[in-house]
Design a protein around this ligand. Structure first.
Ligand SMILES: *[C@@H]1O[C@H](CO)[C@@H](O)[C@H](O)[C@H]1NC(C)=O
Ligand SMILES: *[C@@H]1O[C@H](CO)[C@@H](O)[C@H](O)[C@H]1NC(C)=O
Ligand SMILES: *[C@@H]1O[C@H](CO)[C@@H](O)[C@H](O)[C@H]1NC(C)=O
Ligand SMILES: *[C@@H]1O[C@H](CO)[C@@H](O)[C@H](O)[C@H]1NC(C)=O
Length: 173
């Protein structure tokens, strides 16, 4: 009885002890625009929506395969351990670019398969553009977090999907 109680308490403690999990693993993405916009930018401070100051870029930027052959764009974090219990994920997207964030999907999965196969934490289906700060609860066990975008945007021309993440916090235990 006491043993069961102890196990129960340990599990609760593990889950309630919120931690920033991005120190244990690695980030990757679809084609990088250039060497200053690597996937790792999303897990490095500053914690903001600011794209750059001077020539220093703080966000990720995927290459962007435009019409007529747009490709889905994604950013992925892979834990170095088997899996983690992910409670919630905060996303800071590039300021002024909610149009590119529109229609994004966020997953927790056990494989790196694209299109993602796993638990869909969030699907941006609303009319209008999303808020460039998102706090999404997942409460899932998994090895990967995948930000996935299949929706292009019409700006000065037709652009295929592009992902630009300035900061991503993955919290859990
Ligand atoms: C989260 O961890 C990453 C990787 O260690 C680190 O760069 C970042 O500063 C941490 N974020 C916070 C909010 O502590
Ligand atoms: C990942 O695998 C673990 C262990 O089998 C399972 O508990 C969890 O639900 C899986 N997560 C997803 C998102 O499928
Ligand atoms: C997300 O929503 C879009 C628009 O409603 C839909 O086309 C898409 O299939 C949804 N994604 C998933 C994985 O359900
Ligand atoms: C995000 O939401 C969780 C609850 O789902 C809350 O505990 C946390 O404080 C929120 N974080 C931010 C930065 O808003």
């Amino acid at each position: 009885m006491l043993f069961v109680l102890l196990i129960h308490t340990t599990v609760l403690l593990t889950i309630t002890a919120q931690k920033n999990l991005t120190s244990s693993g690695q980030a990757s993405q679809t084609g990088t625009l250039n060497a200053n916009t690597n996937a790792i930018n999303a897990i490095k401070p500053p914690i903001s929506n600011t794209f750059q100051t001077g020539s220093t870029i703080y966000c990720t930027h995927t290459f962007g395969y435009d019409d007529p052959n747009p490709l889905p764009a994604w950013w992925m974090f892979e834990f170095s351990f088997e899996s983690a219990y992910i409670t919630d994920i905060q996303i800071y997207y590039r300021e002024g670019q909610a149009i590119r964030m529109d229609g994004f999907e966020l997953y927790v999965t056990n494989t790196s398969t694209i299109p993602p196969v796993g638990y869909l934490c969030y699907n941006d289906t609303d009319d209008g553009f999303p808020n460039i700060f998102q706090n999404i609860s997942c409460n899932q066990l998994g090895k990967y977090v995948i930000y996935y975008d299949t929706k292009g945007s019409v700006e000065s021309r037709n652009l295929g999907p592009i992902v630009e993440l300035c900061y991503v916090a993955i919290n859990g235990g």
